[in-house]
Ligand binder design. Sequence first.
Ligand code: GLC
Length: 553
Amino acid sequence: MTEKADFCNKVVYQIYPKSFRDSNGDGFGDLRGIVEKLDYLQELGVDYLWLTPFFSSPQNDNGYDVADYCAVDSKFGTMEDLEELIRQGKERGIGLMLDMVFNHTSTEHIWFQRALAGEEKYQNYYIFKEGQPDHAPTNWQSKFGGSAWEYVPALKKWYLHLYDVTQADLNWDNPEVRQELKNILRFWKEKGIRAFRFDVINLVSKPEQMEDDFEGDGRRFYSDGPHIHEYLKELVKDAGIEEFVTVGEMSSTSLEHCIRYSSPKEKELSMCFNFHHLKVDYKDGDKWALMPTDYKKLKELFVEWQTKMQEGGGWNALFWCNHDQPRIVSRMGEEGIYWKRSAKMLAAMIHLMRGTPYIYQGEEIGMLNAHYPSIEQYRDVESLNYYKILLENGKTEKEALEILAARSRDNARTPMQWNGERYGGFSEVEPWLPLSAQFKKEISVEAEREDEDSILAFYKKLIAMRKNSPVIAKGEISFLETETYKVLAYERVLGEKKILVFCNLSGETQSIPMNEAWKSYPLLLENYEGKNRLTEEGKYLMEPYECMVLGTL
Ligand code: GLC
């Protein structure tokens, strides 16, 4: 058994508390709302709940702008509510994974406030640079649009913010900052937390000399930056969280670095999120330029990351969706007649790979994109900024809205659809963000719970399979030749056990070679029950978005 045994058979469920369940009728999801739904989560079979930040925050970036890392924001409830959630989760065998936003703090954080008030100690907590008001220290761009620097006239200094202007980057080169962050982890450890997600953690180590970027937005200088591995090792060791389940969100990272971040011998993190497979519909790498999904690239990326992470001893976090990504069924599946089938195929494809699967709330019932008709419905700071930028760059309102409809983070943030009531059972009053315009009661937990053939039932099967089958949790992966990039096929092997997974990524019928040996394996799972699809040439016809799993568990 490898050291990975602790989490290779686990499944993480991501909750965006603001949109999960509103228990007190203010239109805003809260911690008590999560407690209400624990039985559902237990029934689903998940092991950890990753909660996006519920800490004190002005909410300019929905909690990723933290003003106090050790306090619960009153909008979400109280520390007692959180303790109740921890306790009740534990009773059901479910742990919490907290989201540590350590690249930056809110400008309302006391450290930043004291920096603004002129205290040098706290100015050294951030990245302040002397300079003229009309000349930013570098030409780096914020990931939410515009310059990454903001001038503070009273101090005659600029500060760096890779995200919103109210999210000031911390100076990790200052040991006092690293000490503060370790203390925060220790605080949560004392509360019984045993799992952490680290927000954009590979961006925290900035270069000593900052220079203009004439080839890009600056990210090549600070992504997987100079001291990143050293800082991570130190944080994990000193905070005493080596044995915990930890996942790092890695922005614009590389395979080589991800192997190092997640290889057990490096003692950094348990696993990493990378986003390469979710950029295969970005034209020239630009999120705001639409392009149909490049399935060839998608397949190549899975093959490369799965194979090389295995060779290097790294571990992947497997995911399609999170609170920053459009809904996968709307994006790479189909919202119409193949809705159910495509959602299941996409689920099977990643859940049976080597790594730890993550499910984002609503994915398990096949929730769709928001399809908002106008800009008034959007709330996300990134979407609102880019809407302006797109218009400034000459797009019409209609074009800009089309781009947002495909790319906005609000697609993921629409309220969870529990039942067919007016607000989907999320709340009794109008929610902070409108429900998806495609909301209907068929796409709800209540409806899918009753249906054995539902997307929800399929997710439950996948989760149970991983729990009960070491070949899924720990088997070696290798990819099969399918003669088309539109079908992804792989096998997992552990001792005598073997499973084969075939996924038709496309909305068309595909024929694949069916080797004699494969034909003898029993069928374990499928999303389409057709008969006799072997052709005379010995090929197998796969229906649009079909997936099938053969083998012995
Ligand atoms: C991560 C989060 C995202 C947030 C950003 C800045 O990418 O997932 O929601 O806006 O970091 O904290």
